[in-house]
Design a protein around this ligand. Sequence first.
Ligand SMILES: NC(=O)c1ccc[n+]([C@@H]2O[C@H](COP(=O)([O-])OP(=O)(O)OC[C@H]3O[C@@H](n4cnc5c(N)ncnc54)[C@H](OP(=O)(O)O)[C@@H]3O)[C@@H](O)[C@H]2O)c1
Length: 272
Amino acid sequence: MSLFNVSRLLGKTVLITGASSGIGAATALLFAKAGSNVILVARRADALKSVADACVAAHKESGVTQGGKFATIQADVADKEQVASILDKIPSDLRAVDVLVNNAGQVFVKGIEHIGDIADIDVEGMFATNVLGLIRLTQIFVKEFKARNSGHVINLGSVAGREAYAGGGIYCATKFAVSAFNGSLLKELVNTPIRVTEIQPGMVETEFSIVRFRGDTDRAKTVYDGMQPLVASDIAEEILWVASRPPHVNIAEMLIFPVNQAGAGVVYRAPK
Ligand SMILES: NC(=O)c1ccc[n+]([C@@H]2O[C@H](COP(=O)([O-])OP(=O)(O)OC[C@H]3O[C@@H](n4cnc5c(N)ncnc54)[C@H](OP(=O)(O)O)[C@@H]3O)[C@@H](O)[C@H]2O)c1
């Protein structure tokens, strides 16, 4: 953090979806430390409050005087009406959002679910959150950004949006959709100062795998057997770096692996 200049983030307002855990929570904390204001969005109100409290403490500890305003919005990005009302729920002093981080996302597999056996409710849930929620929020904020002629959309894609793998039929399809949407947006905004970024993490140890295996923490742990995964703050640091580049620089795409990963399913694991 100290090696790159985050002073451009002082007093900026950042809205992060999926800010109640993992990458979103870690990103909120780093923006708080960098002197930004943060609006945290997710479904779990208690978890959001804990992250917001940690942001207040991190901002205080940083000694930075700018920023330090935090708001939480309990919302399900898969719900059309709840997304439509997000703008109205932002406190008036934080209405001018500078950076939108579309991070909320989920994956479900009950076992080795291959195409043909995937529950329709899971297909709908993943698309509604990972794709439709992201698209609807982006539509709202791009309109705002265009009106103000500034802004930055940062979308959380994945290596799963570059390479499909067996067992990832729906999740990969959602992340390919995010990547395509990101690419169109990037091109549509080429004649503006508005920036568009897709962050594509490889394996990051968060609640993600626990959600994926529906609360089976032992199974979630096996995903990282014999290798060191990334942690949420590794990705948060890259998001901060991307957001703090000079205004004429746009990091369009960033693929981030742990050192022993080289692709979807290409992982070196130390023998036991
Ligand atoms: N972990 C990885 O290996 C990895 C790799 C590549 C990409 N990613 C991407 O990184 C992003 C963050 O994942 P993570 O690893 O940090 O997972 P995580 O710890 O499970 O966090 C996911 C966040 O999204 C929120 N969320 C999920 N569904 C939501 C909904 N319908 N409405 C609002 N919020 C919702 C969750 O909060 P609530 O439950 O409180 O709503 C939580 O805050 C995702 O887009 C994921 O696809 C992760």
